[in-house]
Design a protein around this ligand. Structure first.
Ligand SMILES: Cc1cc2nc3c(=O)[nH]c(=O)nc-3n(C[C@H](O)[C@H](O)[C@H](O)COP(=O)(O)O)c2cc1C
Length: 345
């Protein structure tokens, strides 16, 4: 990495009145980034901003109890609570509750491509309603004592790449940072993320721009920051079954050195912790939720496919722990994984 870039990356990042001591973020991932997952990520990346799963502001308005997806650990920091909806008044109300729960940043989802969300006017459909999106930001900012940020995509479709105008409007409305996933809503997760568009946004905004999309390795993060000039990067799918990634990227950006990859036995030991913590937190439903995580951890070593086939059917904590213990014993004889640190992409 060029020395001037490394110098910039070593500086804290200010988002409104919040100072962040890492420029590598863990993305919000519905069904993944609950308290348990965030605790694992934070162990390897203590200064990185993490996000809750997205929380429906309407749901919050009508529900008596706070949904579990909004829970944060006591003293969990830095943490953003992510909200979605199309109603500025509900979002402003939800932001107050998010702050009461411990959010240091309130993030508004304007990128989710899922029909269930867009048909109700939330997520990426706000890219087509920039006036409503701006009104949302204004109203939330007016009621929120903490910085308000936006996470979005390049536009609705290839024919409607509107991010330059949209991002400027969000800044004018009072957003303190913007995260851009370099794909359109129509792309879903297909094709490569277009970092060139993120560069163009960075060139026209004054608030911090966070680059997102296809950061699967420390080297990819370095390239992305170089190509976009962004103020930070957000890791996402690359962290599923690999909560080491954010920490690895952070170390690489700070030192220029690729961190040593964790041995298979370590990865599987973390999988075990994930399982136990999910069980402690959510009981039997935690075991069902753990299945997908466990299969993501079991990757890239001899016997992994068989193990995945077993892990995706675990019914009890004991069964899961037995399977993982057996795999850890076998893994003791294996070499280190070709980890994200070595992978180009
Ligand atoms: C399973 C899954 C759940 C997601 N949930 C959210 C979410 O709740 N909020 C959000 O803003 N983005 C969500 N995203 C999008 C990611 O945060 C991120 O923008 C996207 O994965 C692109 O980054 P990547 O190419 O590095 O994976 C989700 C993505 C996936 C795959």
């Amino acid at each position: 990495m060029p020395p001037d870039l490394q110098t910039k990356l070593a500086q804290p990042l200010r988002i409104g009145n919040v100072t962040l001591h890492s420029r590598v973020f863990q993305s919000p991932l519905a069904g993944v980034t609950d308290r348990v997952f965030r605790r694992l990520v934070r162990r390897y990346a203590p200064h990185s901003l993490t996000y809750t799963e997205m929380v429906s502001a309407s749901g919050l308005h009508y529900a008596r109890e706070m949904p579990r997806v909004m829970e944060v650990d006591p003293n969990e920091a830095p943490i953003a609570i992510q909200l979605f909806d199309c109603r500025p008044d509900f979002l402003a109300e939800a932001a107050e509750r998010a702050v009461a729960e411990g959010a240091q940043i309130v993030d508004i989802n304007m990128g989710c491509p899922v029909n269930k969300i867009t048909k109700n006017g939330g997520g990426s459909s706000l890219l087509r309603q920039p006036e409503v999106a701006a009104q949302i930001v204004r109203q939330v900012v007016a009621r929120s004592p903490v910085p308000v940020t936006v996470k979005t995509r390049l536009g609705w479709s290839e024919q409607e790449i509107t991010i330059l105008d949209f991002a400027r409007r969000m800044e004018d409305a009072g957003a303190q940072a913007i995260t851009i996933h370099g794909r359109t809503r129509a792309q879903g997760f297909n094709g490569a993320a277009r970092w060139d568009w993120i560069r163009r946004v960075k060139e026209v905004l004054s608030i911090p721009v966070i680059a997102n999309g296809d950061i699967f390795s420390p080297k990819a993060a370095g390239r992305c920051l170089q190509e976009t000039g962004a103020d930070g990067v957000m890791c996402s799918r690359g962290t599923m079954g690999y909560p080491f990634l954010v920490g690895e990227v952070d170390t690489f950006l700070r030192t220029g050195k690729l961190p040593s990859p964790p041995p298979v036995a370590t990865v599987l030991t973390v999988a075990k912790e994930h399982l136990v913590w999910l069980y402690d937190y959510k009981g039997a439903s935690g075991i069902r939720q753990a299945r997908k995580h466990l299969t993501w951890y079991a990757k890239g070593f001899p016997g992994a496919a068989t193990l995945r086939g077993e892990l995706c059917r675990v019914e009890t904590l004991t069964q899961g722990l037995d399977l993982l213990d057996r795999a850890i014993d076998q893994a003791a004889a294996l070499p280190v994984l070709p980890t994200a640190a070595d992978r180009e992409d």
